[in-house]
Design a protein around this ligand. Structure first.
Ligand SMILES: [Mg+2]
Length: 314
């Protein structure tokens, strides 16, 4: 097997503000694995807040893998990208016909001043998104409440409203904000606090279902979440948790414990986004996934990973 690496930078249209900070662009390492005239692609692109390596560490890990392809990188983002490239190479050489169909995706709205809520939510609704996800917990509680309430009014019964705190609230904040809003109009809240032992209480007091995301980065944590019934939904990011095979494994565990599975982009580039979309189709074809992120970039993405009317068509 021959492996080639290429770095590229993707620019977000507007900075995306979350409880992990503000993201303005993505540095991405594109991986091409070749063998017997076939090619498979993968992508590695670390971001802070998910227990991943830095970009430089990721690149160094992949460069060692290039020299010794039998030893996969240990660094999680590099490993996810390497696994994706290998699986795609296997798919290409086994000449399996790619699936066709469509998958529902959500619109993503960053945490910023409440004035942009109106236009962003209205635009997402006009475009036909069946779910809208709002980043919260990056400003103060008052702003969070105002933004969420406005979003609830605008969304009405037309779409599902999801929240993502990225672990940015304390238990007290989470209870305060989620009790102050019309919580039966909220489909779920991802990572309300940084401590999953809080989540059961958040669910019990506010009635809002919990999604796990950042906490799913290692096997032990996955088992603990299931053991404590801490979340009703697992949001799986294949580009963080180890690529397609690792994602299948966690999805199977979740589904056998009656936990819903959503597949999510990590503000991925086109390659990781395409791979995540294929996994969404395979593992949870009827859910609304976190894969509507191509439209957040200035760079033009291939049409099969860009949402049209709230769906990826391929
Ligand atoms: Mg999340």
């Amino acid at each position: 097997m021959f492996i080639a690496l290429k770095t590229r930078k993707l620019q977000l249209r507007h900075p995306l503000v979350t409880a992990h900070g503000s993201t303005t662009h993505r540095n991405i390492i594109e991986i091409t694995a070749s063998e017997d005239g076939f090619q498979g692609h993968g992508e590695a692109a670390p971001l802070p807040g998910f227990g991943l390596e830095t970009f430089d560490e990721s690149l160094a890990a992949l460069e060692s893998w290039v020299k010794n392809p039998h030893r996969l990188p240990d660094a999680p983002a590099a490993r996810s990208g390497a696994n994706t490239a290998i699986e795609n190479l296997e798919k290409a050489s086994s000449s399996t016909t790619p699936a066709s169909g469509k998958i529902a995706v959500q619109a993503l709205i960053g945490s910023a001043e409440s004035s942009s809520i109106e236009s962003e939510v209205s635009r997402a609704l006009e475009q036909g998104y069946l779910a809208i996800k709002l980043k919260v917990a990056a400003t103060d509680k008052k702003t969070d409440i105002a933004r969420i309430q406005r979003a609830i009014q605008l969304v009405g019964p037309h779409s599902a409203l999801r929240l993502d705190a990225n672990g940015g609230w304390s238990l007290e904040d989470a209870l305060y904000v989620l009790s102050a809003i019309d919580s039966n109009h909220v489909d779920l809240v991802e990572e309300p606090t940084a401590n999953p032992l809080d989540w059961k209480k958040v669910r019990e007091v506010t009635g809002v279902k919990i999604g796990a995301d950042e906490q799913l980065t290692n096997e032990l944590q996955v088992h603990q979440l299931l053991e404590h019934a801490a979340a009703q939904t697992f949001v799986l990011k294949p580009s963080v948790i180890g690529g397609p095979s690792a994602t299948r494994k966690v999805a199977e565990l979740a589904q056998s414990n009656d936990v819903n599975v959503l597949i999510s982009s990590f503000l991925d580039g086109p390659i990781a986004l395409r791979s995540a979309r294929d996994l969404a189709m395979e593992l949870a074809p009827n859910e609304i996934h976190g894969l509507g992120t191509a439209s957040l970039f200035i760079d033009e993405f291939p049409a099969d990973v860009v949402p049209t009317n709230g769906f990826l068509h391929y």
